[in-house]
Design a protein around this ligand. Sequence first.
Ligand SMILES: NC(=O)c1ccc[n+]([C@@H]2O[C@H](COP(=O)([O-])OP(=O)(O)OC[C@H]3O[C@@H](n4cnc5c(N)ncnc54)[C@H](O)[C@@H]3O)[C@@H](O)[C@H]2O)c1
Length: 256
Amino acid sequence: MGKFQDQVAVITGAGQGAGKKLATRFYEEGAIVCLLDLNGANLEKVVEEVKPQKDRFVTYTVDVSNSSQVTAAIEDIGRKFGKINILINNAGVLHKGMIETSSDDHIQLMIGVNLMGPMYCTRAAVPYMKENGGNIINVASILATFPNTGSGAYGAAKAGMIILTRVWAAELAPYNIRVNCYAPGVLNTPMAEDVIKHRAESKLSQIPLRRFGETDDAFNLVSFFCSEEASYITGQTIGLDGGIWATQTPTAAWKL
Ligand SMILES: NC(=O)c1ccc[n+]([C@@H]2O[C@H](COP(=O)([O-])OP(=O)(O)OC[C@H]3O[C@@H](n4cnc5c(N)ncnc54)[C@H](O)[C@@H]3O)[C@@H](O)[C@H]2O)c1
């Protein structure tokens, strides 16, 4: 009997990185997992790797910034399984752009995928969650509260996720739907490949625990949020970041 036996979990951005790990671990814990991603070829690769029971691992090629695609996929999930217990708004994309030279396409992509996508997914999923209660997990970023130049549109979208977490927590509490969020610093996924390959030392010097986050760290936190042990926790955003920039001297205590 898995920890999430027969619960229906919808995970966006499940074709690679943290979303792929979350999908795999929820499946191993007995959940019926619905994987949404823009990249259909990657979804097929995940299926080849996991070799799941087909009726417990269902993929949808969906652009989360496209409201009608999202609604169609979630309604199909609702029809197939009759309920959704867990929604993880994980899909995200980060391209840098300074304000003076940001194109409309850049701004729309950053806000569309990282902020509007979770709104579309949550709006579509809630009707299937209300009867049994459940958990919505949002994903912000260290850049929501401690930004870099060039990360304005992405950081603003991710800061929006912190606000939406609080608003949805209150709006959905009467249905026993809890809403929580985590804000990664640097997670070891394709999104952070460049930083980890080319700027590891300078990044590690900002992280008190002096290691990058692993996708299992994300699963461990999400698994806690979705458990009975967290039944009095809602509306919260937790840093998943090794304590990044906790102080002005984050790694001074290390004898390097
Ligand atoms: N990796 C990090 O260091 C880091 C840091 C802070 C926040 N995050 C956040 O964590 C989450 C997971 O990111 P990751 O590191 O696994 O990134 P990743 O780039 O490895 O994976 C992101 C996934 O989202 C999918 N995706 C992108 N646009 C989409 C769209 N329009 N519709 C559907 N799917 C789409 C991609 O195809 C990909 O499979 C994201 O929300 C990201 O912003 C990551």
